[in-house]
Write a protein that binds this ligand. Structure first.
Ligand code: SF4
Length: 146
């Protein structure tokens, strides 16, 4: 998986496009920082460090992560939670070690895992549930990521 780095004066943001489920928490939260139509699409200095960190920690998939220049980084939630999204993936929060199909482990504070069985990036969600018309009860995505 290719994680790209976007450096700001105080906060370094990293992004893994393979994990992003386009929940848009980032562009809704800080449109001046996150703009899919701009290159680079992330400008970390267009918000305060605290606002930026708060929005990154709402990214449900773990695609966005950060490292502060003062050494701060995300502390995983103490209790691991698993939330099924209505017609969508399982959202996890906690100190996660997710093993890929190639046997490599990824340490993440948040993850969206496939529930429909159609993802081409298992165990992660790749939004295939939208095309396959997967239906299952759960929490609406915009509530599940809070
Ligand atoms: S909040 Fe995370 S999952 Fe949602 S669009 Fe932004 S990077 Fe992708």
């Amino acid at each position: 998986m290719a994680r790209r780095t976007y450096r700001g004066a105080q906060v370094e943001v990293t992004f893994d496009a393979d994990l992003c489920i386009h929940a848009a928490e980032c562009v809704r939260g800080l449109p001046g920082v996150f703009d899919r139509d701009r290159r680079p699409w992330i400008l970390a200095d267009n918000a305060s460090d605290l606002d930026l960190i708060a929005v990154i920690e709402r990214c449900p998939s773990g695609a966005l992560q950060y490292q502060h220049s003062d050494g701060r980084t995300e502390k995983p939630a103490g209790t691991t939670t698993v939330t099924p999204v209505e017609n969508g993936p399982l959202l996890l929060r906690g100190e996660l070690k997710v093993r890929g199909v190639d046997g490599t482990d990824e340490i993440l504070p948040r993850a969206a895992l496939c529930r429909c069985g159609e993802s081409k990036n298992k165990p992660f969600c790749d939004n295939s549930h939208l095309e396959s018309g997967f239906q299952a009860p759960g929490t609406p995505l915009d509530h599940a990521s809070r």
